[in-house]
Design a protein around this ligand. Structure first.
Ligand SMILES: [Zn+2]
Ligand SMILES: [Zn+2]
Length: 216
């Protein structure tokens, strides 16, 4: 299958490559990607040639699709479910954030499709959500309500990011002020019953802000 991958640790390095379809282990889930959003974190590497031949990752951390395979030990998810990523990532499970269930704020988080990893993200035909992620954090993915399109679900993640407000942070630098309250409305309109969590890196300092909010 085709995949948009990034090479090297420096900015840039996009290449369209051929990769094997992911195999499904006993605790894994395979998602057929139906829509994937392009984040600012993706755009900043666009049209930059860093010259590296070191594989980084298959990109795409905001994606939605249909579960097409589940491992024999998977109990929480089933084939045919429509799901969306939630900054899906490996988390440590033992840091203060993880102990409180704030998995998206884990200090040791490694994102699918964003950070240097071998799992791969949504800029391809299939994406594996590994059991080692789901074992700690079942809601590394969320089921999409019937009245929400894949394209709409795929952009929920950046909207959630915009919902994060940090005391003392100027909203003008990141655009948060314009749409910070939109995710709350979006999730309510989509019938989201649980709570969303989010994180954001300050656009200027690169410092990670943390926060969460509840809705619905
Ligand atoms: Zn993003
Ligand atoms: Zn953690």
């Amino acid at each position: 299958m085709k995949a948009l991958a990034r090479y090297g640790k420096e900015f840039g390095g996009y290449r369209m490559i051929d990769v094997p379809e992911p195999t499904c282990g006993p605790e894994d889930i395979i998602i057929e990607i139906k829509a994937a959003a392009i984040c600012g974190a993706d755009m900043k590497h666009y049209k930059v040639d860093n010259g590296s031949d070191e594989f980084n990752s298959i990109r795409g951390h905001e994606f939605a699709g249909e579960i097409v395979k589940v491992g024999e030990l998977v109990k929480d998810w089933k084939v045919g479910q429509r799901v969306v990523s939630d900054n899906s990532a490996h988390v440590c499970g033992v840091c203060p954030a993880c102990e409180q269930g704030d998995f998206l704020c884990c200090e040791n988080k490694v994102n699918l499709g964003l950070d240097n990893n071998t799992w791969g993200g949504g800029f391809s035909k299939y994406c594996k959500v590994p059991g080692e992620i789901l074992r700690i954090h079942k809601h590394a993915i969320w089921e999409i309500p019937e009245n929400v399109k894949y394209e709409e679900a795929a952009v929920l993640d950046p909207q959630l990011l915009q919902g994060n407000r940090t005391a003392g942070a100027s909203p003008s630098g990141t655009g948060r002020s314009r749409i910070w309250n939109r995710p709350l409305r979006t999730l309510r309109s989509t019938g989201g019953k649980d709570h969303g969590r989010c994180e954001h890196r300050d656009g200027r300092s690169g410092r990670r802000h943390k926060g969460s909010f509840r809705c619905g």
